[in-house]
Design a binder for this molecule. Structure first.
Ligand code: SF4
Ligand code: SF4
Ligand code: FES
Length: 273
């Protein structure tokens, strides 16, 4: 069910940021409009907050201010908005949300670079937990589905492992920068809350681990998963994923590479029968 959004605190001219006082002290406010929803089946509503402007503040610092002062611009006390975050330096991906309609990390979204009022909404492709907090478990389950790891036997010392050429390191390093944020999935027209498509992040991790000298031990199993429903063939190659990836991962290259690997694997499998 998609709850109706009500606009209880529409932005008014009164909430326009003020300027600087006679002492040069910043007195203007940052205006945040947050899509609130107490739970997945609860109705959604908008609430607006005013936060005193400080230099270099980001969206998370605004949310922290609101958490300490949960009062809307029309003077109504409300509950503390719920959001997720961890690293605060664009590494964990947890704080991803729609900021002014664009999916990105709120910890690296500098307020002074954003048009006001700043609107915050949760991602739409993952189940909503509450307010701005969504459950990204499907992404982690899909990484398990494709065995996105290097298999090791931890029962004895394996030594340093095989060397990896400079060329291969340079090819794999950009792929290793994925923070599982979900931006590429939010922007992907093929990835929906109800289908099985794994999306660009997971396909790119298949490439990352298939190209690893030890990780390639599970190559065929990963390619089997890629050829199942929800695999690489479901990609429509629109390229939205590349546009929004905060780590500029060459996702279309990964998708093409995995498609090639899957094609070669399926031919090999056919003749092996
Ligand atoms: S290329 Fe398009 S369809 Fe394929 S994963 Fe990226 S956004 Fe989705
Ligand atoms: S590929 Fe990019 S957009 Fe997708 S989850 Fe990884 S870092 Fe985020
Ligand atoms: S808090 Fe980790 S990416 Fe923003």
């Amino acid at each position: 069910m998609n709850p109706t959004v009500t606009d209880a605190t529409a932005h008014t001219p009164d909430s326009t940021p003020s300027s600087v006082d006679g002492n040069g002290k910043a007195t203007r406010n940052v205006i945040l409009r947050i899509r609130r929803q107490d739970g997945p089946d609860k109705p959604a509503r908008w609430e607006e907050f005013a936060i005193p402007h400080r230099a270099n503040m980001n969206v998370i610092s605004c949310l922290q201010y609101i958490a300490a002062n949960p009062v809307t611009t029309d003077g109504r006390a409300t509950t503390v908005p719920v959001w997720d975050s961890g690293c605060l330096e664009e590494v964990c991906g947890a704080c991803t949300m729609l900021i002014n309609g664009k999916v990105r990390q709120s910890c690296s979204a500098l307020v002074d670079h954003l048009e006001q009022p700043i609107t915050l909404e949760p991602m739409t492709k993952f189940p909503l937990v509450r307010d701005l907090f969504v459950d990204r478990q499907r992404l982690f389950d899909d990484l398990k589905r494709v065995k996105a790891w290097v298999p090791i036997d931890g029962t004895y010392d394996l030594g340093p492992g095989p060397p990896i050429s400079q060329d291969l390191q340079e090819q794999r390093y950009p792929l290793s920068r994925c923070i599982s944020c979900g931006c590429c999935l939010e922007a992907c027209p093929q990835y929906t809350p109800t289908n099985e498509f794994v999306g660009a992040a997971v396909i790119s991790q298949v490439r990352l681990f298939n190209d690893h000298p030890i990780g390639k031990a599970l190559r065929d199993e990963r390619l089997e998963a890629m050829m199942e429903p929800g695999g690489v063939a479901d990609c429509g190659k629109a390229g939205n994923c590349v546009e929004v990836c905060p780590k500029e991962i060459p996702l279309l290259e990964s998708i093409a590479a995995v498609q090639r690997q899957a094609t070669v694997y399926s031919i090999r499998r056919f003749f092996a029968k």
